[in-house]
Write a protein that binds this ligand. Sequence first.
Ligand code: NAD
Ligand code: DAU
Length: 352
Amino acid sequence: MISKDRFEKRIIVTGGAGFIGSNFLRRAVPRYRQYLFVNIDCLTYAGNLGNLKTVENDENYVFEKIDVRNDELLADCFEKYDVNAVIHLAAESHVDRSIIGPEAFIETNIRGTFNLLELARRRVHDFRFHHVSTDEVFGSIEDGLFSELSPYNPSSPYAASKASADYLVQAYHKTYRLDTVISNCSNNFGPYQFPEKLVPLTIRNALLKKEIPIYGDGGNIRDWIFVEDHCRALDLIFHGGRSGNTYNIGAGYERPNLDIVTGICRIIDRMLGDGPRERLITFVGDRPGHDRRYALDSSKIKSELGWEAVESFDQALENTVRWYLDNQEWLDDCISGEYLKYYEKNYSRRRN
Ligand code: NAD
Ligand code: DAU
């Protein structure tokens, strides 16, 4: 049984078994022994508890298999751990899936956020709510950069669901004086990303010498950030972000998709010495509503909180490719579904 009283903060981290959540927890759990981290995740296809092996037995970490759509289980959890902070990452996160089936995005990303806000509201006097959002809420930009004041203009059901959640969080700050912060981050890459997203999908297909699909002409630009730089930013915003504020997080590494894919092919060719893989690149039909360019102005988090990206893009991409090469079993498990058995094998008989 966990003695919650000895922890200065009892923080629910939602979506902690996903890509960014697990990177965040592997960093934060050893760093903040005075905090209890309660990882709430319902383990969709994107949730992999094996990502958390390095912290799963730590005394200030606990996992609760809960769906954020289930307000009753959430309420029990808030009570059980006397929770006084939420870092909310749980979401349906893949744009292509939102185009095929938007409903889960509405339920998890909007309803789930609402459920958490309602519980936080009951503890409004001692609570910080950090909502982790995306640059996709701003839509596409031809020139210049999106600032925190740019209007929302979402293109996909995913982006619209995240924008709706952001608005709810803002409303709870204004109406109920809930202490909130929102961070809007650009495209992450790094270890433990599910291989449906461009970077890990390209690495996997390049390793298997399968076609690498590029939507449209490959000229769409994303503002890439290494996941560890994002996680450092989350830490700074959670601790020092001004209540009611939003913070953009972008490293400024703008790259067209074709450059990303070509770059990965060349790195793997060099590492394995058996290229060229560029011939695997296959232009396919475009994503409906495909945003042409994302680019963030991150001067606010830099000036207020002293954050900047420390990883160079080239080095971080090289390290990321190396990680997937060294962890091909992790990639294979994602495809076979083997990772989904981790909970049954390791957690189902545990007691907190
Ligand atoms: P991910 O898809 O890898 O992980 C999402 C996690 O949420 C998974 O562990 C999944 O099991 C869990 N989850 C989904 N629905 C749930 C539900 N109903 N109840 C409980 N848990 C649920 O996503 P990610 O890439 O790690 O993104 C995390 C957050 O960061 C999301 O909110 C996303 O919108 C945001 N974000 C992502 C990026 C990016 O580039 N990946 C950039 C900016 C913001
Ligand atoms: O900008 C932040 C967002 O980045 C996050 O909020 C989302 O959760 C995350 O999924 C990501 O969204 P994108 O749609 O930008 O990422 P994705 O990896 O799906 O696609 C990146 C770009 O690559 C995009 O322009 C579409 C293109 N693409 C993607 C895939 C999967 C391809 O050309 N081929 C592909 O097979």
